[in-house]
Design a protein around this ligand. Structure first.
Ligand SMILES: O=C(O)CCC(=O)C(=O)O
Length: 247
């Protein structure tokens, strides 16, 4: 079965060794440099910590491609081609995110569909989740509900998880449980999921292991964004998080 056939059938596909060890090592170096030198210049709503008083609890960075030429080149390179191949049309690069679940201080990723955040019609987009560490059941690998992309958007509501503000309200139906697949990954592997595919992750329960990844988000060119509603939601969220002292 080709990656495209698997993506269409299951709503996700693992592309192993998408980046080689030298490329991953270059990404790790660029990331460390960015975190050291640029993090403090970002807007509060683009960088999340589990505890903002503790730098080592960094959990998410948004829009890396807008701030650093290494990441803008990376975004426009091989990942774009994979996104075009999987979506079957030209794509628009929207966001290059960094994710971590720092050991000791981290939360589960609530079950959600990215389309809830994207607000697209038709909801045609892909996220490429690139593992930078070994990820498995212990440190909270991503889990997909196989075939869930075929059934539209489920109801979501606000969560209290910083960085994942929306979660599916009725998650846990028998078909969710039966069809959920944990997806361990090694550094360099990409897990590609459709914007309608339900996914979540447990917390990182390891003592010392990080669980770092990059998320490359591409919208299909044919998908229309509801810019107004998206901006309204983002502004409202940023306000709320600032008032709660979370960012
Ligand atoms: O890293 C995670 O826990 C989940 C990431 C995610 O939800 C996504 O890339 O769409």
């Amino acid at each position: 079965m080709t990656p495209n056939e698997k993506f269409e059938r299951d709503g996700f596909v693992a592309v192993r060794n998408f980046f080689g060890s030298e490329e991953i090592s270059a990404i790790n170096t660029a990331l460390a440099c960015f975190i050291r030198e640029y993090l403090h210049k970002l807007r509060p709503e683009d960088v999340f910590f589990e505890d903002k008083a503790e730098q080592k609890t960094l959990k998410q960075i948004q829009q890396l491609q807008k701030h650093d030429s290494f990441f803008s080149k990376l975004f426009e390179n091989k990942p774009r081609l994979l996104a075009e191949q999987l979506l079957g049309e030209n794509v628009i690069g929207k966001n290059l995110q960094y994710f971590n679940k720092p050991p000791g201080r981290n939360q589960a990723t609530p079950p959600h569909q990215d389309g809830q955040y994207f607000m697209l019609k038709p909801c045609h987009a892909v996220t490429l989740w690139l593992a930078l560490d070994d990820t498995d059941e212990e440190n909270g690998c991503v889990r997909y509900v196989c075939g869930s992309h075929k059934h539209g958007l489920r109801p979501h509501k606000r969560t209290q998880t910083l960085g994942f503000s929306q979660g599916i309200t009725d998650f846990g139906l028998p078909e969710d449980i039966t069809n959920e697949v944990p997806c361990p990954a090694r550094p360099g592997d990409i897990l590609a999921h459709h914007a309608l595919t339900i996914h979540r992750a447990n917390a990182n329960n390891s003592k010392y292991r990080t669980r770092r990844a990059l998320g490359f988000i591409f919208y299909a060119k044919s998908a229309c964004e509801n810019f107004k509603a998206h901006k309204r939601y983002q502004d409202h969220l940023a306000n709320e998080l600032a008032q709660a002292g979370k960012i």
